[in-house]
Design a protein around this ligand. Structure first.
Ligand SMILES: Cc1cc2nc3c(=O)[nH]c(=O)nc-3n(C[C@H](O)[C@H](O)[C@H](O)COP(=O)(O)OP(=O)(O)OC[C@H]3O[C@@H](n4cnc5c(N)ncnc54)[C@H](O)[C@@H]3O)c2cc1C
Length: 397
């Protein structure tokens, strides 16, 4: 078992889940619908998330974090997503950045960044995607050129969660444009938009557009534009060595995929819960629609797929906690759980009829939120390719 899995006992697990449930009921439920429809950043819920320790959920207690296991984290993410999936992006994207420092940073970098990250005082993002590079990360064009003690960064990142409301980004850059293979010329920098001490804006970095989206509202997705941005190399270059960025970016994706799969589980559970309740009160032909076989077939299939998705996520998280590589298991969980969420959201809409299409019910939100999980953290096309490659690798003939 990993250190994190050892630390988070069943007792702690129960305590944190109880605290999350209370918060969801008292604070999130009353405001989620309105904030989502208005696409408003949930400032006061972010303050609550700081209190709950969510910005340090996966960071070791040595740095002030909760040191949660992936198993507990997946449960937390699924429960929050049942109420409002967007909230999980605010702390998860931040944690992907913080984990890069915890895993690969120098001692000085950990000491400097992690205590600021765990409190949510400095919040951030993972900046990989560019206008011309998503799946094919090796074709990114953002560069960092060494200039004395500094790096000088130029380029544009897009689709970055927390880009606008966050203060910092783990930035995938090219430090050697001629490297072959291309990934050997990629490095990871921790790059603040504000001076961490004075909180004054820094020159050379600005946010471009805030992107308008189908769903996943409330959390900001935006662009970063770097124009001769200077950062101190010792503090920024993660691990102090160039050429490791591609592995840092892709190494963090396993827990990222477990997180996306857990979000999808939350969306599926909500779609099922709403459907089971609605089917008992909506009547047609003199009886509740849950007594019509057509609806029973839907509910039976939805419940089975929702449970299968939960079990795949539990399996991937449990294995991750043993310290094993879980590309295949995390890929399976992410692929199946996200496709299930998209399918269940649509089935819930059919069960709710016109009311599923109405903004007064949560179903239309689930329907708009679910597709993100099929695209983010590696598209589902790529997940199946990863699963197949792992199958062959693990079963050589
Ligand atoms: C709401 C939202 C939030 C996001 N947040 C972040 C974030 O915080 N940080 C970040 O860095 N990125 C973020 N992203 C970007 C996301 O990671 C990318 O959208 C994703 O990696 C896919 O890249 P792309 O959109 O460029 O699609 P492309 O890479 O252009 O792919 C287009 C299509 O081609 C398929 N395809 C591509 N290559 C192959 C191949 N080799 N074999 C088979 N099929 C292939 C894909 O599966 C897809 O169907 C976010 C995206 C969204 C929508």
């Amino acid at each position: 078992m990993s250190a994190a899995a050892d630390r988070m006992t069943a007792h702690d697990d129960g305590l944190i889940l109880d605290a999350i449930d209370k918060w969801l009921e008292q604070k999130v439920k009353p405001v989620a619908m309105e904030l989502e429809h208005d696409d408003v950043y949930p400032e006061s819920l972010v303050e609550d998330m700081k209190e709950l320790g969510l910005f340090g959920a996966l960071i070791d207690p040595e740095w002030g974090g909760l040191g949660m296991s992936a198993t507990t984290y997946a449960k937390v993410v699924a429960r929050i997503s049942e109420e409002w999936m967007s909230l999980t992006g605010i702390f998860n994207s931040h944690l992907m950045m913080a984990l890069v420092v915890q895993r690969f940073g120098t001692d000085e970098q950990k000491t400097y960044w992690l205590p600021k990250f765990v409190t949510g005082e400095l919040r951030g993002a993972l900046g990989l995607t560019e206008p011309d590079a998503g799946t094919d990360l090796q074709s990114i064009r953002t560069t960092a050129r060494r200039d004395g003690d500094d790096y000088v960064v130029n380029g544009t990142k897009t689709w970055i969660s927390n880009a606008i409301e966050g203060h910092c980004v783990a930035l995938l850059v090219k430090t050697d444009l001629d490297a072959k293979p291309r990934y050997k010329g990629m490095s990871m920098l921790i790059v603040p938009k504000i001076d961490p001490e004075t909180r004054a804006s820094l020159p050379g970095v600005r946010n471009g557009r805030k992107l308008d989206k189908l769903g996943y509202k409330g959390i900001d997705s935006g662009e970063f534009v770097f124009e001769d941005y200077h950062c101190n190399a010792a503090r920024s270059l993660v691990g102090g060595v160039e050429g490791q960025g591609f592995f840092m970016a892709t190494g963090g994706l396993e827990i990222g995929r477990i997180n996306v799969a857990a979000r999808a589980v939350g969306v599926s559970r909500r779609a099922l819960r709403e459907s089971v309740a609605y089917a008992q009160v909506r009547k047609t032909m003199g009886k509740p629609i849950c007594e019509h076989q057509a609806i029973q077939l839907k509910l039976g299939e939805m419940a089975t797929k929702a449970r299968a998705a939960e079990l795949l996520v539990e399996d991937a998280a449990r294995l991750y906690d043993t310290g094993a590589r879980v590309d295949m298991e995390a890929g399976m969980a992410k692929y199946f759980a996200s496709e299930t969420a998209a399918e269940l959201a649509f089935e819930a809409m059919r069960i709710h009829g016109a009311y599923g299409y109405s903004k007064e019910y949560p179903i239309e939100r689930l329907y708009r939120d679910a597709p993100l999980m099929c695209i983010g953290e590696g598209t589902n096309e790529m997940q199946r390719i990863i699963i197949a490659k792992q199958l062959v690798k693990r079963n050589p003939v």
